[in-house]
Design a protein around this ligand. Structure first.
Ligand SMILES: NC(=O)c1ccc[n+]([C@@H]2O[C@H](COP(=O)([O-])OP(=O)(O)OC[C@H]3O[C@@H](n4cnc5c(N)ncnc54)[C@H](OP(=O)(O)O)[C@@H]3O)[C@@H](O)[C@H]2O)c1
Length: 319
């Protein structure tokens, strides 16, 4: 089969052996795969695949099952699925544990379904499972125009929360159309005062992709008893934490990585997303936001676009 391999930090379309379905796995013939910021870090040599994962980039896909491994009794060849992967999505075929398969939500094409698994599982596991966002609370999403951000805005609104997002000005109109109640241009405005002015107390939940550069200001922007979860380090990994500042708000700070979670944990998240989030997608309350689709052979161009940050939502690759 063809897959994208990483050679000297470049993405190359290569001929590689077909994957086989191991115990508890299926093989998917990939219709489309999502591009994620983590794939850029992997290409740059900063984020190696975890042990046992396919060496090729790609954390999500959708397609059709073409082989079923030993021990898998509830899946069949020809079934249309989407999947949360530990790697290997940039390929014509990928093997994945059956517990990481999701159905294709009714009303979506296979290509559209490829835009959802990584963002849905990441956002749900942090904002809902961990940080208990619900009706009446306020969510602040940094990077509102990212794949993660466009999903988080819609999920927050679907849950009945108020949603604030940060993004460059050119993305504001699109983020308001997704439901954001307030959009802040982080290049010219102070998101701390804008967030406090919005509801008089700050954000109950903050989903942050910036990391070190925003740690102190994020705590300033938290409401009493607020929860900050850091899932990205685009603004650095080391910062000083003022425990007094955090304690005064009874705040909490946490951080997670979806890719590093054990398979059983991923299967739990995938099952919960299928149960709680897919109905919102099928009802039209959450739509995949797709910037564009490119052939697999243009993976390098897709990474260049992602690094420019000029995209909105997801970039997809089609083998
Ligand atoms: N920990 C996990 O499990 C996990 C899982 C998935 C993703 N992530 C992380 O989530 C982030 C988003 O991933 P993605 O694939 O959705 O990325 P993406 O689509 O490439 O989006 C990244 C966005 O970051 C925005 N940005 C850059 N600096 C910013 C700042 N100072 N304030 C606000 N926004 C800023 C850019 O938007 P503008 O044009 O508005 O600047 C850009 O659109 C990445 O950091 C990724 O590593 C973590």
């Amino acid at each position: 089969m063809h897959a994208i391999t990483v050679e000297d930090k470049q993405l190359v379309l290569s001929e590689v052996p077909d994957p086989e379905a191991g115990d508890g796995e299926v093989v998917i013939d990939v219709t489309a795969a999502g591009v994620n910021r983590a794939d850029v870090s992997q290409r740059q040599g900063l984020y190696p695949p975890p042990p046992g994962a396919p060496p090729y980039p790609g954390l999500e896909c959708a397609g059709v099952i073409s082989a079923v491994g030993p021990g898998v009794t509830d899946r069949h060849v020809g079934e249309r699925v989407s999947a949360l992967l530990s790697g290997g999505g940039y390929a014509e075929k990928v093997a994945v544990p059956a517990g990481q398969l999701l159905p294709v939500p009714a009303g979506l094409s296979l290509t559209e379904a490829a835009a959802l698994p990584e963002v849905a599982c990441t956002v749900w596991s942090n904002v809902v499972d961990r940080d208990r966002l619900r009706k009446g609370r306020t969510l602040l999403v940094h990077g509102g125009g990212s794949g993660i951000g466009t999903f988080a805005i819609q999920l927050g609104k679907a849950l009945g929360a108020s949603v604030i997002a940060t993004a460059r000005a050119g993305k504001h109109e699109a983020l308001r159309a997704l439901g954001a109640d307030l959009v802040i241009d982080y290049t010219t405005e102070d998101f701390v005062s804008a967030t406090r002015d919005f509801n008089g107390k700050g954000a109950d939940v903050i989903l942050d992709i910036v990391g070190a550069k925003y740690l102190s200001r994020n705590i300033d922007a938290l409401a009493p008893d607020g929860r900050l979860t850091v899932i990205g380090m685009q603004g650095g990994r080391k910062a000083e934490l003022d425990l007094g500042q955090l304690m005064a708000k009874r705040g909490s700070v946490s951080s997670t990585s979806l890719r590093a979670r054990p398979p059983a944990d991923k299967a739990r998240i995938v099952a919960a997303v299928t149960r709680d989030v897919w109905p919102l997608v099928e009802a039209g309350a959450i739509k995949p936001v797709i910037n564009g689709t490119m052939p697999l052979a243009q993976a390098a161009e897709a990474h260049a676009l992602m690094e420019s940050s000029d995209h909105l939502g997801k970039i997809l690759l089609t083998p």
